[in-house]
Design a protein around this ligand. Structure first.
Ligand code: FMN
Length: 218
């Protein structure tokens, strides 16, 4: 397996779950994918409702269909952004990775659509429940994070995206996703071309207050 650390401890894992956007086209073995999805469904959910479902795109035509629309969505979202190779800022580096992902996403072995059962939040009164309810984001995200952690644990790279929202209805129809579910995130998965490295985050201490907003530990 192509990993720099085949069996990272929990905190090493958490500290190195990067958005891996450059992936090899090599197939993901079924047993690894199963392991990852099994980790996903161990997540908690409200009343143990387990409102998730997965659509795994592996077929070339299916991935190409997704890739064509994804490219348009990213071009729209990043229109006018400078991703020239001269810029060495972390944002420019990230955007170049996004550009790579956009141009190669059809070659990645797995595009995972994580779906959530639609459910109105409690605070929306019956009288205001018009159209389709949103998928249960809060319940699906722990499942998504388990998937990202599990990918890292088995040496697979993954990068979550929500850009499919720009072609959500078409996506739903193309892959015959029933109306009572919505796609929450898409996760391209494959063996990474680069290293996992460590994430760069503001320390928790700097965003933690005690007993009221603004009061630090002193
Ligand atoms: C809700 C959400 C949406 C995201 N959408 C995208 C996306 O559309 N495209 C993408 O390449 N990365 C996406 N990401 C990944 C983040 O951009 C990435 O995790 C963040 O910039 C930190 O980078 P790192 O994970 O490499 O440290 C998303 C992450 C989250 C949690």
């Amino acid at each position: 397996m192509d990993t720099e650390n085949d069996n990272p401890g929990f905190f090493d894992l958490v500290n190195s779950v990067r958005a891996m956007r450059r992936l090899k086209p090599d197939p993901v073995p079924n047993d690894l994918l199963e392991k990852v999805l099994e980790a996903g469904v161990q997540a908690p959910s409200s009343m143990n409702s387990q409102p998730w479902a997965f659509v795994v795109l592996r077929d070339s035509a299916a991935k190409q269909w997704f890739a064509d629309r994804y490219k348009t969505a990213i071009d729209f979202a990043l229109a006018g952004t400078d991703i020239s190779s001269e810029s060495n800022s972390s944002l420019a580096k990230q955007l170049r990775a996004v550009e790579y992902q956009k141009n190669h996403i059809h070659e990645f072995p797995v595009l995972l659509l994580v779906c959530g059962k639609r459910d109105w939040p409690f605070k929306v009164p019956e009288s205001e429940r018009l159209g389709k309810a949103p998928p249960s984001y809060g319940a699906v995200y722990p499942c998504v994070q388990n998937i990202l952690l599990a990918c890292r644990a088995v040496g697979l790279g993954a990068a979550l995206t929500t850009m499919h929202q720009l072609f959500e209805d078409e996506l739903q129809e193309r892959f015959e996703i029933p109306e009572d579910y919505g796609v929450v995130v898409t996760i391209p998965i494959g063996f990474p071309m680069g290293k996992f490295g460590s994430v760069s985050r503001t320390p928790a201490k700097q965003v933690t207050y005690f007993d009221r907003w603004g009061q630090t530990a002193g």
